[in-house]
Design a protein around this ligand. Sequence first.
Ligand code: 5AD
Ligand code: SF4
Length: 445
Amino acid sequence: MTKKIFIKSYGCQMNVYDSDRMAELMGGEGYEQTEDMTDADMVVLNTCHIREKAAEKVYSELGRVRKNKQQRTENGKETIIAVAGCVAQAEGEEIIRRAPIVDIVVGPQSYQNLPDVLKEFNTTGKPVIETEFPIEEKFAKLPGITANSPSSFVTVQEGCDKFCTFCVVPYTRGGEYSRPVAKILDDAKRLVDQGVRELTLLGQNVNAYHGESPDGKECTLAGLLEELSKIDGIKRLRYTTSHPRDMEDDLIRAHRDNPLVMPYLHLPFQSGSDKILKAMNRRHTRDFYIELVERIREAQPELALSTDIIVGFPGETDKDFEDTMELVETINYASAYSFKYSSRPGTPAAESEEQIDEGVKKQRLALLQKRLTEQQKSFNESKIGSQMTVLLEKKGRHENQLIGRSPYLQAVHLETNHATIGDMVDVTIEGATLNSLKAVINTSC
Ligand code: 5AD
Ligand code: SF4
């Protein structure tokens, strides 16, 4: 009988991507994926360490996993429990100490060894912890990527050398690593053969990409986008997440000159105050960011901008927060992610004695989100009456309804009998809400 694996993914797109790779990897070992934990012979929690009390949340989820395991044991079924991802990396052995039901701990740079680790566990019966950083080996060992939608992610870069003082990524994912161009092109061609039309290049600091070209030279992200554009069948290219300091001229030009590069950019600024930016070790100022956005918008006037913002970083005064609100006003975002600062053990900002009161953080976040929501809504409404091309990605809830994405990454809902998932259709936008657009397909006469 085939065995079943249940993988629960937390956090960023990189984790979703990693979970899919783990599912493929374990598929090779005879494990079929299930959505139902009670049915699973192996449970994997692919954890994220960015959010508040991340580790505590994993321990409480492990409480639920333990109950499930007990139930299964009573029914004579075994269950192997694995914790993967950034909490696994950060906590290591501590996980086994606090949650002895856990059998396997694998960090985000070592999950390619999951089948071997599982064999080791099955042979010895002892918990196995793998938190090494053999990142080149990881990509070499992973099976070829498979598609489950016309829009697919491809990891091109991992880790980060920036060391923003609030962030765990440099510790959990390790230093910056760029995959070689040839490997990425192989993944892309394989995905296109499976019907993929849109690729989103993933990396924690994706625009710092500097992978090796087949001729041995270094290739920038703009160069990589250029190479990917030559693959027949690729219709759209995106990339995320970018750091303002790595937004080089050739990448800005790609937004002007390469029609496959979508007019959308996720460019976190984190804070509008120079004092806070310095304390965050962001290596850019407010003016640098504003001028950078001006240059990118000059290259691509249609650009939809998105960002990440943190409120309540240690030492943030009312004035610093006003600077953030003012920057939001100056730039005008199409969408944004905003967070209350939460301290991550081991990061420099966690040591600061100027931590901000939770109530103040909450108030600031509410004010900020109110404004960001208004901006997002008016961005969506500004598209009413316009024409655009939509890539159809999935079925909607209603009969004949399909959902796609606009060039600006908005969800677009439409009804049709004539188009199908994977099609690129020309539409007119008829309505807009906070989170989506409503469209009709243009009919040619
Ligand atoms: N507290 C709050 N937000 C954080 N982020 C990263 N670390 C923290 C933290 N300690 C946010 C940043 C980052 C996004 C992925 O998560 O805005 O860009
Ligand atoms: Fe974290 Fe992004 Fe800063 Fe890198 S650039 S340390 S991933 S916030």
